[in-house]
Write a protein that binds this ligand. Sequence first.
Ligand SMILES: *[C@@H]1O[C@H](CO)[C@@H](O)[C@H](O)[C@H]1NC(C)=O
Ligand SMILES: *[C@@H]1O[C@H](CO)[C@@H](O)[C@H](O)[C@H]1NC(C)=O
Ligand SMILES: *[C@@H]1O[C@H](CO)[C@@H](O)[C@H](O)[C@H]1NC(C)=O
Ligand SMILES: *[C@@H]1O[C@H](CO)[C@@H](O)[C@H](O)[C@H]1NC(C)=O
Length: 390
Amino acid sequence: MSMLWFITTLTITAFICSSAYAYDNNPLQDICVAVNGSHASVFVNGKMCKDPKLATANDFYFSGLNVSGNEVPGFGISVKAVDVNNMPGLNTLGITLVRADLEPQRIAPLHTHPRATEMITILEGTVNAGFLVPDPANFFKSRLFSKILNPGDVFVFPIGLIHFLYNVGHKKATCLFYFNSQNPGFISIPNSIFASNPPVPDDFIYKVFVNGKICKDPKLATANDFYFSGLNVSGNEVPGFGFAVKTVDVNNIPGLNTLGISIIRGDLEPQRIAPLHMHPRATEMITILEGTVYAGFLVPDPANFFKSRLFSKILNPGNVFVFPIGLIHFLYNVGYKKATCLFYFNSQNPGVIGIPNSIFASKPPVPDDVLAKGFQLNKTEIAQLRKKFS
Ligand SMILES: *[C@@H]1O[C@H](CO)[C@@H](O)[C@H](O)[C@H]1NC(C)=O
Ligand SMILES: *[C@@H]1O[C@H](CO)[C@@H](O)[C@H](O)[C@H]1NC(C)=O
Ligand SMILES: *[C@@H]1O[C@H](CO)[C@@H](O)[C@H](O)[C@H]1NC(C)=O
Ligand SMILES: *[C@@H]1O[C@H](CO)[C@@H](O)[C@H](O)[C@H]1NC(C)=O
């Protein structure tokens, strides 16, 4: 590969990444059949392409989805994926298909896919499927959207949201999952906090939502629609956290609508943390204006549900760090004075999911069985933890 070609590709990729698509790029060519790079030191966004003249129909073909896959040890769930590794023609196309077979009364525990929306359809059996929608106004609340699914039913788990499946029937359940990424990623959610939650008003159901907000007549727009003043002052404290947050987004700069960007100013008291959380719809860049923070994010190990690597840095003023879309991260003010940070998101509505709290404080609650089986606790322990954090 010539260096010029490589740089040109990187430049084009960077340009495309800056548009509204926060995940898979649009393909840059008709086909790009994956070949394993002979030198592992070069990575591209996907795999390298085979010479299109050498591609064949078999690069776009897979056989065997009529048979279940290998069991994930201890979970009673078998998984078979059709992805770029066994269908190399999928490279750059932004799609993956997985077959899962779940034994009766077993669960696919709470997890998320940081880079994909997932559509699920049931071939056999009966499952209870649910996902948690965070309440943007409050780290500690979320709503559970769940359905009992039978053969032929289809359900969607929006990108980055925490979800589960539970085979509530008495025979094996067979499901197909479609992901709009060639590498959706998988993050299994750890347990630690249990709580309950007052009901969320349902009146939103009757309002009209579009992907963003409805647009003003462009003729009536003014410069003030694109302007905000006040980021020189810290925002309101998140109760109990020693962390003050001021958000500059479409709610206070209406001109940001559909532009896919927002900013938050965070002021963190000494020795306090911004707890483990993630943003389902955005990559975040952080820069430090004052103070010293320890910042980290967890990169899941695709080979093992229960392992991840911590990427962390001590950040001082002028330092910049990035939290890739959907990955769990935290900040810790390790200094002796207040730390002031700016966070940039490539979404107008990145969302925030407080990891332990969203799961255990959902309304309605995630079924006890899902928590007990997923986290290998008995129901007494679940009840105690819920009570403790209520
Ligand atoms: C790439 O290599 C891996 C392991 O070496 C192998 O399993 C896989 O089939 C290869 N993929 C392609 C597209 O050659
Ligand atoms: C799966 O399909 C293949 C043909 O694609 C066939 O040879 C095989 O017998 C089928 N297996 C089962 C268990 O139905
Ligand atoms: C913040 O900036 C505004 C002008 O945009 C100014 O009126 C205000 O006094 C500043 N506040 C602080 C605390 O610096
Ligand atoms: C649940 O587990 C705890 C220890 O972790 C144990 O003391 C208790 O007896 C168990 N309860 C039930 C109902 O199994």
